[in-house]
Design a protein around this ligand. Structure first.
Ligand code: SF4
Length: 212
C-alpha cells in the first residue's frame, strides 16, 4: 500500500480538500451520481436546489416535481423516489439533520446510513469521509477494479467485503488520498477495457500489467 501510495502521489499529488460538513448534500449528491457523469450529476443537483430549495422543501415536494428537477441526471424516476424516501426516513427520526453522525463511531454511523432506503456501503462511506472526514473509504467501480488488478482487493468479492478489506489496508488518515488517487488512476490510466499498462506508473509493481 505504501509503495502504491507513493507512486500515485508522484502522478496525482496529495488531495487537500477537507470535510465540508454537509452530510445530507453529500448523500443526495451520491444518489444523483448513480449511472451518470459528474457533470450531469452536478446539473441535476443544482436543478434540485434551485427549483425546490432546502431539504425540507425537497422532502415535502411531490415526487414528480423532484423527478422533473433532476431529469438531466438520468434514471430520474428511480432517483426521485429514492431521494424522497431517504429524506422522509431521516426526518422520521426527528429533525431532518445528520450532523449528529459525527459524534458516533464509524460502525454505528455506517449502520444508520445503510438502514436508509437504497443506501449502500459506498454511499455511506462517501457521506462519512467527504462530509465529516471519518475513517471510511468508498469503493466504487474504479477503485475496486484498480485495487483488484494491483492485488490489493479480492477480485469479484461483494462490495460489502471490498469495503471492509479496503478499510483494513488503508493507513489511518490516508482514506481520502487512497480513494481519490485510485479513482483518478482508474479514470485516466487503468481503464476497464484496454488499460494503458505501457504508460502506467504502477507497472513494475502490478501483477496484472500487460495481462488484462
Ligand atoms: S499496470 Fe496496467 S493493470 Fe496494472 S494498474 Fe497499471 S494500467 Fe492497471
Amino acid at each position: 500500500m505504501r509503495a502504491v501510495r507513493d507512486r500515485l502521489r508522484l502522478v496525482y499529488g496529495v488531495p487537500v480538500a477537507g470535510p465540508h460538513g454537509q452530510p445530507i448534500a453529500e448523500l443526495i449528491l451520491t444518489v444523483l451520481s448513480q449511472s451518470t457523469s459528474d457533470r450531469n450529476r452536478d446539473v441535476a443537483y443544482l436543478g434540485l436546489r434551485e427549483r425546490l430549495g432546502d431539504w425540507e422543501a425537497v422532502r415535502d415536494a411531490p415526487v414528480e416535481a423532484i423527478e422533473a428537477a433532476i431529469r438531466p441526471g438520468g434514471i430520474s424516476q428511480i432517483k426521485s423516489a429514492r431521494i424522497k424516501a431517504i429524506l422522509g426516513a431521516i426526518a422520521a427520526g426527528g429533525e431532518l439533520d445528520l450532523a449528529w453522525l459525527v459524534q458516533r463511531s464509524v460502525p454505528e454511523a455506517q449502520r444508520y446510513l445503510t438502514s436508509l432506503p437504497g443506501v449502500g456501503r459506498k454511499t455511506a462511506a462517501c457521506v462519512l469521509l467527504f462530509a465529516f472526514g471519518m475513517r471510511d473509504v468508498p469503493v466504487d467501480t474504479h477503485v475496486s477494479r484498480v485495487g483488484a488488478r494491483l492485488g490489493l482487493l479480492p477480485s469479484g468479492a461483494p462490495f460489502e467485503a471490498l469495503h471492509d478489506t479496503m478499510l483494513a489496508i488503508t493507513p489511518r488518515g490516508q482514506e481520502l488520498e487512497f480513494h481519490l488517487n485510485l479513482l483518478r488512476h482508474g479514470r485516466r490510466t487503468c481503464y476497464a477495457r484496454r488499460p494503458n499498462c505501457g504508460g502506467c506508473a504502477l507497472q513494475r509493481m502490478c501483477p496484472s500489467a500487460f495481462r488484462v
